[in-house]
Design a protein around this ligand. Structure first.
Ligand code: GLY
Length: 360
């Protein structure tokens, strides 16, 4: 089932392939090395993935840097350790950094690749659903600081993305759900992505929810492909988030605040985004941006995928205070992406008074 999608970033005149298949994981190493004719490289791999697939991937112990799991690992110390490892191995401008894991591994490895020797080849092997549909595509790379998430980073496109769907078989339920939240997000923004085709993701997800939750690869493959196509449609037009790309943050302003208030310990990124989606649909209905019918359709879809099973005790006021500290807020104005019609969103200033009436 080989699949190849080309990403063309207009601003950079750079093109890179995203491969998607269910080939043997054992072949991945030789494939990457041959495709890039690599002599020296460092593989940054998630600890979980290493435990499950280390043998199959067959990288030598001196070729890998094992990164513990969790957002907390995306820090300056680990960035420094990766760079030191590159130096010790004598990586040069023709070398590559290869990320094998989820969003955390991809982000920190990409940031290291973007800065080591002013930029070396960066290859992504996403192993979580979230990384497949979102973080491995589009070139956002970063580390977190004490002041917030992704505060030090760059836009640095990978040279290739290798998606092997077999990794998804062993993904734990929590991480799988986290990825699904991003998938559902794409259904809400699909039309605004201005892609070449109308994929009808909203209806596809509604009809095939059970198969997707069962991880039926035929359905997952389709869903991942559509999400990638939508993401590409956006990032090729606006790599640096000066306009259109902001729509990818649908549900994220509230979601990021929730993650931050709970020190990234209580919610996965996707779970927090799902609560953010819930919040913004309530808000949009209260402000008459959408009618009751669309709000109901969206709520049913979100419930079908089984989000919102945690109770938390933050008031909307506290969340709004945190949103005001977000790097995207300016002069006490919180910019949010709001739904306006099925599949369509736009940017708007959050009406804080209305939002406060909207306790989730
Ligand atoms: N994850 C949002 C973006 O790539 O812009």
């Amino acid at each position: 089932m080989p699949n190849k999608i080309e990403v063309e970033i207009e601003e950079r005149k750079k093109t890179y392939p995203i491969y998607m298949d269910t080939d043997s994981i054992e072949d991945l190493k030789s494939r990457i090395i041959n495709d890039f004719n690599l002599k020296k490289y460092l593989v940054v791999i998630s600890e979980k993935v290493y435990k499950l697939y280390g043998k199959k991937l067959n990288f030598k112990s001196d070729e890998i840097f094992i990164l513990k799991d969790g957002e907390i690992q995306k820090n300056f110390k680990n960035y420094q350790r990766i760079i030191q490892c590159c130096e010790k191995k004598g990586l040069n401008r023709k070398s590559a950094l290869i990320a094998v894991g989820g969003g955390v591994v991809g982000d920190i490895t990409g940031f290291a690749a973007s800065t080591y020797m002013r930029g070396i080849t960066f290859i992504q092997v996403p192993t979580t659903l979230l990384a497949c549909v979102d973080s491995s595509v589009g070139g956002k790379v970063a580390i977190d600081t004490d002041f917030g998430k992704n505060l030090v980073g760059a836009f640095y496109q990978p040279s290739a993305v290798y998606i092997n769907l077999n990794f998804l078989n062993t993904l734990d339920e929590i991480q799988f759900k986290s990825g699904l939240a991003e998938v559902v997000k794409y259904a809400f923004i699909e039309k605004s992505c201005e892609a070449r085709f109308d994929f009808g993701l909203f209806d596809f997800l509604s009809v095939h929810c059970a198969k997707i939750l069962d991880r039926d690869l035929r359905f997952l493959e389709k869903v991942i492909k559509v999400c990638i196509e939508l993401k590409i449609a956006v990032v090729t037009k606006d790599e640096k988030e000066s306009g259109l790309r902001k729509i990818l943050n649908f549900g994220h302003t509230y979601g990021h605040a929730l993650e931050k208030l709970t020190n990234y310990k209580m919610f996965t990124h996707g779970e927090a985004v799902a609560y953010g989606l819930h919040f913004i649909f309530n808000y949009a209905h209260k402000t008459k941006l959408i009618d009751a019918n669309y709000k109901e359709l969206a709520t049913v879809l979100l419930h079908k995928f089984g989000f919102y099973d945690k109770t938390f005790k933050f008031s909307t006021q506290k969340l709004i205070q945190t949103m005001l500290k977000d790097k995207k807020a300016e002069d006490n104005i919180i910019k949010v992406i709001v739904p306006i019609m099925k599949g369509y969103v736009k940017e708007s200033d959050l009406d804080i008074d209305v939002a406060l009436l909207n306790n989730v």
